[in-house]
Ligand binder design. Sequence first.
Ligand SMILES: N[C@@H](CCC(=O)N[C@@H](CS)C(=O)NCC(=O)O)C(=O)O
Length: 302
Amino acid sequence: MTNLILHHYPMSPFSEKIRAMLGYAGLQWQSCITREMPPRPLLERLAGGYRKIPVAQIGADIFCDSRIIAAEIAQLSHKPALAVENLDAVQQAYISKVDHDLFFPCLFAAGTLTLNLKVLKAMSLLDVGRFLYDRINMGRKAKVQAVNPLQAKQQVRMHLADLEQRLTQDFLFGQTPTHADFSTYHTLWFIHELAESPLLQGHPRVLSWMARMKAFGHGTAQQIVAAHALQAARVQPRAIAAEYSQDAMIGQTVSIAPADYGCKPTTGVLVAVMPTRWVIARQDTELGTLHVHFPRQGYTLT
Ligand SMILES: N[C@@H](CCC(=O)N[C@@H](CS)C(=O)NCC(=O)O)C(=O)O
């Protein structure tokens, strides 16, 4: 069993990206289920203000964003192609496109009665109301252009036609999957598996690739509760290599927030500046020092 804890909820596409990666990596992990919307007191304590899901944790190190989590899984499983920074510029650009430009079109295009029924089964009516209120508010405050729901299906159809052409091998960029496959998978999982929408029909290569991706499963997960995750955080964070603590900003109090939507900042003392990530230290009266890791791309530091 690795000591990697994933904080997630079942219907979250970006969480599915990580769960599928954990399956491919063949890792044993610990699963801590969180609510579909704030308040999430445990994560507020561990990650500060960061409000997106998934979040991962190894002891007192907290990893925000699926990119950073993927880099940790790449290290743990010795599968370097799971980390975005190990891929070439073409794959990196493709990942940005599917993770950012196509995420909302896929969510909007997935509306089916089945999805609505699953949501109603998973949440109380009161929570559905809270969820909608939260997401409308998040959308209003977002710094990215809203998706036109009428154009969403067309965008997804174009995406599927493009994928059908691309999939000449078992995976998008070769015979083994890379981060790009998992980035592409999670939004289509939302449409095909969760919403059970017929949108993917008529795309035989996409459907076979989806089946290959699904076959990775989720690895072996042990369910844990909040108290266990808090207990796991009562250790010293990992040491930071000297080469990452040379930047002139080190030691300053900074706030880091996503640049697109859900832009809630986390504040702490900057302790590492790496080529692709920032790490800030936060103090919790009971847990001690926590190190919170963020990607540099797509986040702002003030
Ligand atoms: N860039 C983030 C995006 C994560 C994201 O947007 N997650 C969605 C759920 S799939 C989210 O946080 N929605 C708001 C929420 O759950 O509070 C990542 O790669 O992890």
